[in-house]
Ligand binder design. Sequence first.
Ligand code: APR
Ligand code: PHB
Length: 389
Amino acid sequence: MKSDVAIIGAGPAGLMLGHLLRKAGIDVVILERQSAEYVLSRIRAGVLEQITVDLMDELGLGARMHKKGLPHHGFYLADGERLIRIDIAELTGKTVMVYGQTEVTRDLMDACAERGIEVVYEASDVTLHNIESDAPYLTYKKDGAEYRLDARFIAGCDGFHGPSRKAIPESVGRTFERIYPFGWLGILADVPPCNEELIYANHDRGFALGSMRSKSRSRYYVQVPLTDRIEDWPDDRLWDELAMRLGPEAGASITRGPALEKSIAPLRSFVFEPMQLGSLFLAGDAAHIVPPTGAKGLNLASSDVAYLSRALIQFFKQGTEEGIASYSKTALARVWKSERFSWSLTTLMHRFPDGDAFGRRMQVAELDYIASSRAAQTALAENYIGLPL
Ligand code: APR
Ligand code: PHB
């Protein structure tokens, strides 16, 4: 089999890149290790920056997002009984869209067949070959048979655990990492949200987040020790904890219900440089991970594939190589700004096990500054809605 671009991974990055290239008449094949059902079973974050909304609209795949999504004009920082509203619409003139990543993935996935994008699900043992040549190829297995996929370029959109990043020799690549000493316990429930907008809470008992998927489906998180297991958190204990941490007003408005999904995820900041080598380009979680606090994971995947698709279209349609030559430098400039914001908001809003009195005073002082300064709120808002491409 032969294609212009071979994409590894049918998550948001791989699917969005596939659509952007196909729309420009570039042939793509996507190899995905899991089944389509499995990919859609993943519960992920749910806040879209304008660039992600714009990309879905550019692809003509935004109808369901605009119908089911919730434009949000602000969010809250809670600190004990204090509630600080960040009016992102007034401060930046922009909004964010609350719409589950699973739904973005579904919209992209459902449009592949009609647009001539071949996705091979349950492709195992995907292996990269000759990535530093002009004729790289992938091998993989499907239903017991072995296959080869030749392409001019390979896009590694295979997430944190995929093979693409590992195909770049250690002598070339460099990693930057911060592992946080806590995790997030998340619950999805078909109950109305406790507040119309998201609430990020820094409480003496730890961080909590009140979010949503719709006006009838809520998504909540609490910070938990890395040693905690799901079994330690029956629904009632989790609802009690949320009522305490989100503050008296929001806590009193929580509607309880059975968990549709409950999981614990660790938090890390991670960046791999460079995001390219020869004919291989990395995009999305394959190259970087952010703690979910700033809701940047999906949106960084969007900006990566916006840059990469433009560079590849320039190569195939105009025969110029400036874009592909500078992809890593261009993408990393935005990645690092989002990494900084996600790390900063995580540091501001969580209680660290080894935190001391000075660290807590720094959090209070920063929250006091944000509460009293339009400039501080504007800086927070413009990072939250997403810095320009
Ligand atoms: N072969 C083929 N596919 C693979 C392999 C492999 N060896 N390893 C991983 N994959 C697939 C995964 O099954 C997954 O569907 O690559 C895809 C990567 O998708 P994501 O992990 O969702 O990463 P990305 O598309 O970059 O999207 C980033 O997803 O995980 C969230 O928080 C993250 O919001 C961020 C977004
Ligand atoms: C979510 O709704 O899952 C969500 C929202 C905002 C975040 C993280 C997660 O910062």
